[in-house]
Ligand binder design. Structure first.
Ligand SMILES: [Zn+2]
Ligand SMILES: [Zn+2]
Length: 166
């Protein structure tokens, strides 16, 4: 997709140089001298893509910024839901609504859901960061940090919980 067969074109800035690929943002052919390597749009495994110097400085496209925003929002939503569940669990314990044995399954489910939400939030934050490249992904960055902190907290609770049990 981004690779051009050799000889079919030359770099937009260096007519003598064969292109290494196309700029992902403006589709101009670029050579190794002026290509900046970027991360693939489809995730970390989609291979390298390139940006020309102009587009590297110009930042992400509107479409990429939208993607970063949407994924960042999803990441924040996961963070919010997990905080809510965590708060509800802590309140329930504080109010001594300690689970009866038959409710332990439910508590296990809530615990798994919390981990699932946090891991989803981290993934969404990572994708958002990638879509927004360097700038314009503040929401995704916040989601990433928030969810990572929650993951550590949940792991801490899980370890403390199993230590008191055993
Ligand atoms: Zn470009
Ligand atoms: Zn060039």
């Amino acid at each position: 997709m981004t690779t051009i067969a050799p000889g079919t074109a030359s770099c937009y800035a260096h007519p003598a140089s064969p292109p290494v690929g196309e700029c992902r943002r403006c589709d101009r052919a670029i050579c190794t001298t002026c290509a900046f390597e970027g991360v693939g749009d489809g995730g970390p495994f989609s291979g390298p893509t390139y940006f020309c110097a102009d587009c590297m400085l110009a930042g992400p496209t509107a479409e990429q910024q939208r993607g970063a925003f949407v994924f960042g929002l999803g990441s924040i939503a996961c963070f919010g839901l997990t905080v809510f569940l965590l708060g509800a669990s802590i309140l329930a314990v504080a109010a001594e609504l300690v689970p009866a044995p038959r409710e332990e399954f439910l508590w296990g489910v809530v615990g798994v859901v919390k981990f699932g939400l946090v891991l989803t939030g981290i993934s969404l934050g990572l994708i958002g960061r990638e879509k927004g490249r360097r700038g314009g992904a503040l929401l995704a960055l916040l989601g990433l940090i928030g969810n990572s902190a929650l993951l550590l907290l949940l792991l801490g609770f899980a370890i403390a919980g199993s230590a008191t049990k055993g």
